[in-house]
Design a protein around this ligand. Structure first.
Ligand code: HAX
Length: 436
């Protein structure tokens, strides 16, 4: 058994036993209560699922197994310029331990070993029009691999429950290994006339993905390492992660569950916001007729967007109440690697202008930038200006978190997820009875 799987198996078995006995002894312990606003308002803050790989603090942001983004950057094995390798984050999310550089190298090699994509996947993708949205192509590409699912095959053969995690582990590792190839294929067929680039197995996961996209620039490789690390996980309640969790709880295999989650990521209030941000900035630049808008001009354009009844993309969050540390990490990257970019200066000016305007509306709970406010400008800087592709990059990263969490869900014997819904009549009756 490979080292990562062995380590996971030991940890999972002991946590499974501890969790089961704790829940058996304390199952009726009250841990939270639910308000009417939460029922009607998108279940914000209701604690209703287990998610081992990360936790989101409204003020401090994401913690991967307790580590903040700056701590992750320090602790994880990195590429030549010091940006963390996402392989290391996957190891940490799965085991709770920081891996050594050798363990990360072994994981890179393992993913290369598993990275062969069946020819039928490329044939399927080639049957789609090149103007199909890249996220649509991604979910179809993932579904075209589903017939390879080890979980589905072993389930049909009568696999016992105790082996579910093992089969999900195998599928998840294969899917993560193959995703950059499929994602790069989508990019090259959609935007580069089908001029595909073969993988280079001497490179780490991020650099190889960058290579297949068409860049061997060292700085861009570093950006990919950072990008694929910071987008990987944001605890379990966000729409893409929760979708993967929900679908996986029916014992749909990781291909089915992950592609469902990608359809959630493709919504403009979630992952598609990274496309919407850069589109909005370019429209503003066109509209104002300058690549270096002043803060006053930006403020007017923000007001115009709000007056048209639209949201300002890249700002606001369902949980966060401070600037997103993922935004800050990208800003630090730009400060270190990129000088004299009008576009990036504009992103920073927007950061100065938007929060007070959103605050003045009196209803926006978080006026600060989220992860999507910065990423597009970085990608444009390195020559990737096809913004309809950006959510695919997010999706490749998100696979690491949601699939690691999915392995945990099966190892901990998580049951079918099935919360309770109510009708508005039930709500009215609750209020009526309460006022009596
Ligand atoms: N611009 C304008 N209005 C905004 C806003 C923004 N950026 N953010 C929130 N609001 C509005 C809401 O639309 C809502 O208005 P109504 O009451 O009139 O419907 C009000 O403020 C209260 O919303 P909220 O409680 O602050 O925010 P929610 O938890 O309901 O929604 C969203 C969180 C992220 C969906 C929201 O802030 C938004 O639409 N932001 C812009 C889109 C975006 O950047 N999405 C990416 C989020 C991060 C992510 O998932 N990345 O993948």
């Amino acid at each position: 058994m490979e080292a990562l799987k062995q380590k996971f198996a030991e940890k999972a078995l002991s946590l499974y036993q501890e969790l089961r006995s704790t829940t058996k002894a304390n199952g009726s312990l009250k841990v939270d209560e639910v308000t009417l606003s939460q029922v009607v308002g998108g279940a914000r803050g209701i604690k209703m699922m287990l998610w081992e790989t990360s936790q989101l603090d409204p003020n401090k942001g994401i913690r991967f197994r307790g580590y903040s983004i700056p701590e992750i950057k320090e602790a994880l094995p990195s590429g030549p310029q010091g940006e963390p390798k996402p392989e290391g984050l996957f190891w940490l999310m799965l085991t709770g331990e920081i891996p050594t550089a050798e363990e990360v190298d072994a994981l890179t090699a393992e993913w290369h070993r598993r990275a062969d994509v069946p020819e039928a996947v490329f044939t399927t993708l080639d049957s789609l029009p090149t103007d199909a949205h890249p996220m649509t192509q991604l979910t179809i590409g993932v579904m075209a691999m589903q017939s390879d699912s080890i979980f589905s095959r072993r389930y049909a053969e009568g696999m016992p429950k105790t082996e579910y995690w093992d089969a999900v582990y195998e599928d998840s590792m294969n899917l993560i290994a193959r995703l950059p190839r499929v994602a790069a294929y989508i990019y090259r067929r959609t935007f580069k006339g089908g001029d595909h680039i073969a993988p280079d197995t001497s490179l780490d996961y991020s650099a190889n993905y960058a290579h297949m996209l068409g860049s061997d620039d060292e700085d861009f490789r570093s950006l990919m390492r950072l990008y694929l690390t910071i987008h990987a996980d944001h605890e379990g309640g966000n729409a893409s992660a929760h979708t993967v969790h929900l679908v996986g709880s029916t014992l749909s295999d990781p291909y089915l569950a992950f592609s469902a989650g990608m359809n959630a990521l493709a919504g403009p209030l979630h992952g598609l916001a990274n496309q919407e941000v850069i589109k909005w900035i370019f429209e503003m630049i066109d509209n104002l007729g300058t690549k270096t808008p002043t803060k006053e001009q930006i403020a007017d354009y923000v007001q115009q967007t709000l007056d048209e009844g639209k949201v300002i993309p890249g700002y606001g969050h369902a949980v966060l109440r401070e600037p997103d540390p993922r935004f800050t990490a990208q800003r630090r990257f730009a400060e270190q690697y990129i000088h004299d970019s009008d576009l990036i200066s504009t992103v920073w000016k927007i950061f100065d202008v938007v929060p007070p305007i959103l605050q003045s509306l009196g209803k926006v709970k978080n006026p600060w930038p989220n992860v999507d406010a910065h990423s597009g400008a970085l990608l444009v800087h390195y020559g990737f200006s096809e913004f309809s592709y950006y959510t695919v990059l997010f999706g490749v990263s998100r696979a690491l978190g949601v699939l690691a969490a999915g392995i945990w869900s099966r190892a901990l014997g998580m049951p079918l997820e099935r919360p309770k819904s109510v009708t508005s009549e039930w709500v009215m009756n609750q209020v009526k009875n309460n006022s009596k």
